[in-house]
Design a protein around this ligand. Structure first.
Ligand SMILES: Nc1ncnc2c1ncn2[C@@H]1O[C@H](COP(=O)(O)OP(=O)(O)OP(=O)(O)O)[C@@H](O)[C@H]1O
Length: 126
């Protein structure tokens, strides 16, 4: 069972949960994003948003957490292979951070589509 296809997949899932727990426990950026995710989920309940809005909101949360987690992995690799200052390492880290920014901007736009009509109903008469 241990070395079977299914056994390997189950073990792989276990490593993934371990990695997710490490991110939540030790990465400040992920902790901040999880805090924002909890907050915005509360806001969703407050405004009683629609099923589609929940779908987009969870998609945005997943997108940002995934990008942030991958960014942490890239930073970890960069620091491991080259702990000293190097312009190439700076470039790699900046590009990885830029990917997170794309995800974060997407999430902000989605949040705008969902919540601006609740906040400014007069501007969004349908
Ligand atoms: N070894 C390095 N060589 C060159 N530039 C670096 C190096 N380390 C960091 N930098 C520059 O500093 C920026 C921040 O890097 P850092 O690794 O501290 O990321 P961070 O976002 O502050 O992450 P964290 O707060 O999780 O440690 C990078 O985007 C890069 O521009």
């Amino acid at each position: 069972m241990r070395d079977s296809y299914l056994g390997k997949r189950i073990r792989g899932g276990g490593y993934a949960f371990k990695g997710a727990w490490i991110l939540i426990k030790s990465e400040h950026s992920i902790q901040v994003q999880v805090g924002i995710a909890v907050l915005i989920t509360g806001v969703g309940f407050y405004f009683d948003i629609s099923k589609f809005d929940w779908m987009f909101q969870f998609f945005a949360i997943g997108l940002v957490l995934s990008a942030e987690g991958l960014n942490s992995a890239v930073e970890g690799i960069a620091d491991f292979v080259h702990p000293d200052f190097h312009t190439k390492i700076g470039y790699i880290k900046d590009v990885a951070a830029g990917a997170v920014l794309f995800a974060a901007l997407t999430a902000v736009i989605i949040a705008g589509f969902i919540y601006l009509p609740y906040l400014f109903p007069n501007l969004f008469l349908q």
